[in-house]
Design a protein around this ligand. Sequence first.
Ligand code: SF4
Length: 306
Amino acid sequence: MNRLSCSFCSGGAIYLDRESGKHLCESHLIARVEDAVRSEIRSVGGFQSGERIAVAYSGGKDSSVLLDLLVNVVQPETGIDLVAVTIDEGIARYRDATVQAAKDLTTRLGVPHRIVSFQAAFGKNLDSLLAGREGRACTVCGVLRRRLLQQAAREAGADRLATGHCLDDEAEAVVMNWLRGDLYRVAGIRPSGGESCMVPRIKPLSRLSEKEVVSYALLRGLAFDLPECPYTRYALRAGVRGLVHRAEYLSPGTMSRIVAGQEELEQRLHGVGGRTQFSTCPDCGEPMLGSTCRACTLLGGDRDNH
Ligand code: SF4
């Protein structure tokens, strides 16, 4: 059987980019992943030597790829300082294994590692907080995890917080905003007034598809065999992911076009009025949007007992 060659050299192809029709060998796939990360970092102003980057590190494959790239590619080129932050939500039959994977890789890579748990911060793990409202698992988990990530990044003295969102995640988020009727997010209208209290986020993998990230993880020995979160089945994202992937399969490049369309909309509407404002929650002291702190609302009476 004839082996397909790389579209850029005589090496054997291991990857097909369906959008461009190009085949890539191992070294060209690795180069493409590294270039996409450099390019995304440049697009948000680049990194300065000594800048401290907190990495939201779940222990899963996307954030493992992110950490590996930051340590082995970006840090030597820019002189950034890295700290990994793992949030342990406390999810039975899932989190212990991913937290252990996070400990193992940070030790191997020599990156300082902070683990922050829902139990320590809120007095209960996610499983207990959810009791009777499992259908809202991802909403509760997402709001509280983002809160702890921001706090941990701030406490670590981070200048920016890097997350492992890839192109698939970004395209799914755009579709989910439409499905939720969240017009502020659809229009890309960001809240104002939070710049001083929020550590700015950066998404170095956002130009790479999940397929590219998984392929890179396999090549770099980062595709660990980990359990899936038991609450995934309740997530709107799971349904949206199926839709987006089906559309990408039928029309390669769909995900890139969804994200590009969103970015163009944001640029065209930049400066449009009606921005929501950050203010400070009188109960927890953290930034909140408008007059409601989502974290305190979701914690309800649980905060009072802690
Ligand atoms: Fe949290 Fe939902 Fe992700 Fe599970 S699937 S870790 S509940 S956001």
